[in-house]
Design a binder for this molecule. Structure first.
Ligand code: NDP
Ligand code: ZN
Length: 353
């Protein structure tokens, strides 16, 4: 079969591989629609997961089941399914401890295009489909379904990590597709003011649509200075980080009220240390909590998030700015994601009916 792969760090291309083999507890799925992710860009061009050779990329898609192992109960060939980016081993000790995303080791619940071939192939392998995939509701179009693989669960996980509560004033740093879903997640959890940090007008417009009330352009000066001015010096209750660098934590801690919480879902690609400013952290006694996490993955989360779309509480159409038809355009879509033109939020490729 054909797949679009990372050949080595810094290099991508089309390759031929054997179709994946279906074990008793596995499924083989062919993609219906695919989306590249900023994480694919980090994987290839920043070597984020280390060196990989001829590894098929991609972890965002929806698909059609073509084969299931004899121990799979709930899915059969022909089922159209949602596929999460993170597919944990649900009987691992880590999952039993509540950290499914780290099943088998740090971040090891993330298997596609990390420990095995990803979804940018004619077929791909899913471990434990009963625990990891969900039926694609007919009300959700396949392109939008791709947003449920990673953008929605990751953005929402940021809101969970920051523990957003009714009436909280929330700062969302970074409003690419992940941060936009953090805005939407914070809004659904009952935030009052939502401050959105970004610079591109297309993202600012989308943030407004998803519930942001105030806007901060990080290119106009320090985020903390701007947010403190906008809140009369008080700061915010919660911060979700979905963009920026190791230095962004200093800004986030500065913006936070005592007792506030930071949820980070941003990938930190460089720098040895995360910066926490001593005085603004209450000289060690400010009760300002920081949590960073990979989204949990799995079937239940997929099913619940899909219900938000089906019942009209979450409109994913605003995330998709570029649409392609045909498998060969996976390459164009990935390069769009790499180059981030000013009008891009998320590209999607329809590959099968
Ligand atoms: P994008 O690159 O599309 O968006 C990044 C956002 O951050 C943009 O709004 C950008 O603003 C803003 N930004 C850039 N630099 C700064 C800065 N110095 N200070 C403040 N804001 C800044 O990324 P995605 O939304 O696709 O992904 C966000 C992050 O989440 C990535 O690091 C990605 O790897 C990670 N990720 C994490 C996952 C997880 O499970 N934890 C899963 C998937 C992704 P603008 O462009 O408007 O100038
Ligand atoms: Zn992704």
């Amino acid at each position: 079969m054909k797949g679009f792969a990372m050949l080595e760090v810094g290099k991508v291309g089309w390759i031929e591989k054997d179709k994946p083999v279906c074990g008793p507890l596995d499924a083989i799925v062919k993609p219906i629609a695919l989306a590249p992710c900023t994480s694919d860009v980090h994987t290839v061009w920043e070597g984020a997961v280390g060196e990989r050779h001829d590894m098929i990329l991609g972890h965002e898609c929806c698909g059609e089941v073509v084969e299931v192992g004899e121990l799979v109960k709930d899915f059969k060939p022909g089922d159209r399914v949602l596929v999460p980016a993170i597919t944990p081993d649900w009987n691992s000790l880590e999952a039993q401890g509540g950290y499914s995303m780290h099943s088998g080791g740090m971040l090891a619940g993330w298997k596609f295009s990390n420990f095995k071939d990803g979804v940018f192939g004619e077929y791909f392998h899913v471990n434990d489909p009963d625990g990891n995939i969900a039926l694609l509701p007919k009300e959700i179009e396949p392109e939008e379904a791709c947003m449920l693989s990673d953008m929605v669960p990751t953005g929402f996980h940021g809101a969970e990590l920051a523990d957003v509560q009714f009436g909280d004033e929330v700062l969302v740093i970074g409003i690419g597709p992940v941060g936009l879903m953090s805005v939407a997640g914070a809004n659904l959890r009952g935030a009052s003011r939502i401050f959105a940090v970004g610079s591109r007008p297309v993202c600012v417009e989308a943030a407004k649509f998803y519930g942001a009330t105030d806007f901060v352009n990080y290119k106009n000066g320090p985020i903390a200075k701007q947010v403190l001015e906008m809140t009369g010096g008080a700061g915010v209750d919660k911060v979700i980080i979905a963009g920026g660098t190791v230095d962004t934590f200093a800004e986030a801690v500065e913006c936070l009220k005592p007792g506030g919480k930071i949820g980070n879902v941003n990938y930190l690609g460089s720098g040895d240390n995360v910066k926490i400013p001593r005085v603004e952290w209450g000289v060690g006694m400010g009760h300002k909590q920081i949590q960073g996490g990979l989204m949990p993955g799995g079937r239940l989360r997929m099913e619940k998030l899909a219900k938000l779309v089906v019942c009209g509480k979450l409109d994913l159409s605003k995330l998709i700015t570029h649409r392609f038809e045909g498998f060969e355009h996976v390459e164009d879509a990935l390069f769009l994601m790499k180059d981030k033109p000013v009008d891009l939020i998320k590209p999607v490729v329809r590959v099968n009916k």
